[in-house]
Design a protein around this ligand. Structure first.
Ligand code: KG4
Ligand code: ZN
Length: 337
């Protein structure tokens, strides 16, 4: 019987289910984005939980149906149990526990950030040790990864996450939610040298980031412009995107140099940004560093990465009981010896 893992991800506003095979890779993956948050300009936790409640079972039925998988034949079930929105996490966690209880399948709770990191292992084997830049809506971290299961967070944001900065700048420019992809789209027709926005902590040493000053600088600039034209929106978007991307690339470059790392990965929603990929490849690639990233659908929240992580946990014997709980906040910890 083929070794197949089910992944469930409901940590924020995307409901996702996937089946992963260590020999074939992603067998089936479906993510249902919630559009109900758009009119509020941000994720509304209660709407997110209720939407997961409606969507998860039909999504699970579609995914297992398309994969032709029967529940009792699963090698294991992986579920994101934190960090994230508690109500949202509990929907996925309760669902996964019910499946595990009913079938006897092994269960593994997965840290959302580990999932993002292991999205890089979905299509190609990882080249380790490596440094990983995790850039999502809730996190901006540089993680030293010795092997799967051994992680050290060497730098973090001191305030806003990179994705949060994109989202807030998108909102200031009245672009559609979520801001990240909208800012990237607007920036394509903009001049990134139009505005000189701050790159905080650039010369500070260390690997921490800060993006709240940038957001304020963009707000003050936008407020000082009497009539905002579409070209101004594009120029502000391009200049702000450049400030975020340069800050991320600078610290990543410093870290790979100081830690003598040869392998570098991007992970998380912001890793879908083409300018980030381009500049990272330019700076680190020209220094002989191997730079990689997941394809866009595996950068943003998805259950394929959770199923893949579960495969590694369960194969290593790290299995959770039905008392597994969720956590809203918590650092990525090592679990392997
Ligand atoms: O990893 P993710 O899907 O969810 C979290 O774990 O937070 O990341 C979502 C974040 C959002 O802030 C979104 O605006 C940003 O990733 N994002 C992007 C792009 N696509 C998604 N930011 C910049 N450029 C993009 N193309
Ligand atoms: Zn995420």
């Amino acid at each position: 019987m083929e070794e197949l893992y089910l992944g469930i991800e409901t940590s924020c506003d995307d409901t996702s289910c996937a089946i992963y095979s260590p020999s074939r890779g992603v067998v089936v993956h479906r993510t249902a984005a919630q559009l109900d948050h758009e009119k509020y300009g941000g994720v509304v936790p209660e709407i997110a939980s209720r939407s997961h409640m409606r969507t998860l079972l039909p999504l699970y039925e579609t995914v297992t149906g398309e994969a032709g998988v029967e529940l009792p034949s699963l090698a294991g079930i992986g579920v994101t149990n934190g960090p994230g929105l508690t109500g949202s996490l509990l929907v996925g966690l309760s669902f996964a526990k019910a499946l595990a209880y009913g079938s006897g399948a092994r269960l593994a709770g997965i840290h959302h950030i580990e999932g993002h990191i292991l999205a890089n292992a979905l299509e190609n084997p990882l080249v380790l040790p490596a440094l990983v830049l995790v850039v999502s809506g809730g996190h901006t971290q540089l993680v030293a990864m010795e092997k799967i299961g051994r992680y050290e967070v060497i730098g973090s944001t001191r305030d806003d996450a990179a994705g949060e900065a994109f989202d807030k700048i998108g909102k200031l420019l009245a672009l559609p939610f979520p801001g990240g992809p909208s800012v990237e789209l607007a920036a394509r027709t903009g001049n990134r040298a139009s505005y000189d926005f701050p790159r905080a902590l650039r010369h500070s040493g260390g690997y921490d980031f800060s993006f709240s000053g940038l957001k304020t600088a963009v707000r003050l600039e936008v407020e000082s412009i009497p009539a905002i034209t579409p070209q101004i929106v594009s120029d502000v978007a391009a200049s702000a995107q450049e400030a975020i991307v340069e800050a991320l690339v600078d610290k990543s470059f410093l870290a790979v140099k100081e830690m003598h790392t040869r392998s570098f990965y991007l992970a998380g929603g912001v890793a879908a940004n083409c300018r980030l990929r381009e500049l990272m490849q330019e700076r680190l690639g020209s220094a002989g560093i191997r730079v990689s990233w997941p394809r866009p659908e595996y950068c943003t929240d998805n259950a394929a990465m959770i199923a893949c992580a579960a495969c590694h946990h369960i194969r290593a014997g790290r299995v959770d009981g039905l008392d597994l709980n969720s956590f809203a906040r918590g650092n990525l910890l090592s679990w392997a010896a």
